[in-house]
Design a protein around this ligand. Structure first.
Ligand SMILES: NC(=O)c1ccc[n+]([C@@H]2O[C@H](COP(=O)([O-])OP(=O)(O)OC[C@H]3O[C@@H](n4cnc5c(N)ncnc54)[C@H](OP(=O)(O)O)[C@@H]3O)[C@@H](O)[C@H]2O)c1
Length: 298
């Protein structure tokens, strides 16, 4: 947390910051700045007015039932996170479409061999989750000439992007998709959504990009679908167990590109002012920016 402490004090040198577990008297703590905090911890602070997640994801907070119900939870939303996610996902989609992964393997064996590729205008990309990150990703892919579909909970109106709403429209959304991108929040409704049943409904062979949360993917189903040829490959940035254990079968699958949860990283200096803004709002009882709906879970 040293970098966070430094960045926050640069913004406001008068802040009194305590780094857990050396927090002193529990009653002095009024605002919590958290990432993967231990469960049962946040109920111990009687004067806590608000909590901010140090990233876009909030499942470490929503998934902790011991956090008192009245406490407001907010998260980081920043152009830096959006820019990083957009470039990561676009890079992964282009890697698949232009077959860079094949050329990389060929180069290691000094093989000169051309592969035909599907033109962007003939490739359908589906984005699950059209929120702060999914929408700019979908827009960027559309700008690059891909056919783009999007799926969300509530209706969206995005130029040149066909959008689908809710569980009832999931099958229509999945139909014809060749590259599927997951940018959903992790909730009871979305956990395990990338499973065999879903893979069967895509165009075959399809490609999967998961940069949301590891628990969205049923990992053994991906292996099965790869072996069946329904899925041609995947780029995965998140895993149900991180770091990905050494024994994990994904490591030995050359069709899977693995990155260590780096798609979009929160840089303290870029968001310190946002954290302080929400701290001040929480103390004044003003609605927080980027507040999470604890009922919906995101
Ligand atoms: N790998 C990384 O480095 C990294 C970094 C940052 C974030 N993330 C992850 O990226 C994901 C997306 O973040 P975000 O900030 O874009 O989230 P967000 O702004 O909350 O957007 C979530 C989107 O998912 C839709 N959605 C939620 N539940 C749904 C359901 N059951 N069915 C259909 N659509 C549903 C929402 O629909 P509505 O718009 O209708 O509400 C919304 O469009 C999160 O899982 C986050 O943890 C990963």
């Amino acid at each position: 947390m040293d970098k966070w402490e430094k960045a926050l004090l640069e913004e406001d040198p008068n802040l009194d910051i305590r780094i857990w577990p050396a927090v002193g008297k529990a009653e002095n703590i009024t605002f919590a700045v958290c990432w993967n905090q231990p469960k049962n911890e946040l109920k111990k602070y009687p004067n806590l007015k608000g909590i901010i997640s140090l990233g876009a994801g909030v499942n470490h907070l929503i998934g902790d039932p011991t956090i008192p119900k009245h406490l407001k939870i907010c998260r980081i939303v920043s152009p830096s996170l959006t820019q990083q996610m957009t470039t990561y996902v676009t890079g992964a989609a282009l890697n698949y479409q232009r077959k860079f992964y094949k050329y990389y393997r060929q180069q290691q064996k000094k093989v000169w061999q051309r592969h035909s590729h599907t033109l962007a205008e003939n490739l359908t990309v589906g984005v699950m989750g059209l929120g702060k990150l999914g929408t700019p990703v979908a827009r960027q892919l559309e700008t690059l000439g891909f056919r783009v579909k999007g799926w969300s909970n509530s209706p969206k109106n995005l130029k040149n992007i066909k959008t689908y709403v809710g569980q009832g429209a999931l099958n229509d959304f999945l139909s014809g998709i060749q590259v599927l991108i997951c940018l959903l929040p992790l909730t009871p409704k979305t956990e395990g959504i990338l499973d065999l049943d879903l893979f069967k409904k895509l165009d075959h062979p399809a490609y999967i990009i998961n940069t949301a949360r590891g628990e969205h993917l049923v990992e053994e189903d991906l292996i099965y679908a790869l072996d069946r040829g329904w899925i041609e490959g995947a780029t995965l940035d998140v895993f149900s167990k991180e770091p990905l254990p050494e024994y994990h079968p994904f490591w030995n699958r050359e069709q899977i590109v693995i990155t260590p949860h780096i798609a979009s990283i929160t840089y303290p200096k870029k968001v310190a002012s946002q954290v302080i803004d929400n701290y001040k709002r929480a103390l004044s009882g003003i609605p927080l920016l980027n507040e999470v709906d604890r009922e919906k879970g995101y």
